[in-house]
Design a protein around this ligand. Structure first.
Ligand code: COA
Length: 182
């Protein structure tokens, strides 16, 4: 494993880069305070930009850890969402994908483009063997993203949400295995 953390990635339309404190206003206005975005997530709309600022300062500090994989999805210089690899396990060489996007940009295959780039980086540059992801069964749009990224459906089960281990919901589970590793 090359524990390379959150390096800048480029796709046809997007730049995926580290968050900075100055992203607070865009993050708050574009997705973090939208109840439609957080409807099936493990956290509530921020309600107050101070919450966004506090979270961003934690995220910025977390980049000191080379096992942090947390990108701002940037379109035309504006942050419009986030994509992350959570719970990286360097022994099992696997991590869990997670993402959210400003409602204004849904349906343009932005997240499949972003998450595919993250999976490619995870496999080719970091050396992960497996990326997995899950979504609330009531949120099939997220499963569409997983399928578009080449993930395979592996089952439906009661599972904790990625950032809230005590919140158990029925989830569809997906995975993708690095074709270059055994
Ligand atoms: C899930 C999410 C990241 C999808 O990103 P995206 O870039 O819109 O992905 P796509 O463009 O591929 O759209 C996925 C599906 O969403 C649905 N969709 C598209 N536009 C939509 C819109 N305006 N409103 C509602 N649903 C829409 C479509 O069914 C689409 O599938 P299709 O292309 O096969 O028809 C985005 O909807 C989101 O951020 N949702 C809230 C946060 C979230 O649920 N995160 C995942 C938690 S597991």
């Amino acid at each position: 494993m090359q524990r390379r953390g959150t390096v800048t990635l480029y796709t046809d339309r997007l730049i995926l880069r580290r968050f900075v404190i100055e992203d607070a206003e865009d993050m708050f206005n574009n997705w973090a305070n939208d109840p439609e975005v957080t409807k099936f997530l493990s956290w509530e709309p921020h309600g107050d930009i101070e919450i966004t600022k506090k979270l961003l300062s934690q995220w910025v500090k977390s980049y000191d850890n080379p096992d942090t994989y947390n990108w701002a999805v940037v379109l035309n210089d504006t942050p419009i969402g986030s994509v992350s690899l959570l719970h990286p396990d360097n022994d099992k060489r696997e991590a869990e994908g997670g993402y959210c996007l400003s409602r204004d940009y849904w349906g343009k295959e932005i997240m499949p483009e972003a998450f595919s780039a993250v999976i490619k980086y995870a496999f080719e540059e970091v050396g992960f063997r497996r990326i997995y992801a899950k979504h609330n069964v009531q949120n099939p749009n997220s499963g569409k993203v997983m399928l578009k990224c080449g993930m395979k459906y592996i089952g439906t089960k009661n599972a904790p949400l990625a950032l809230k281990p005590d919140k158990i919901v029925m989830c569809d589970c997906y995975e993708i295995i690095n074709p270059y590793t055994i």
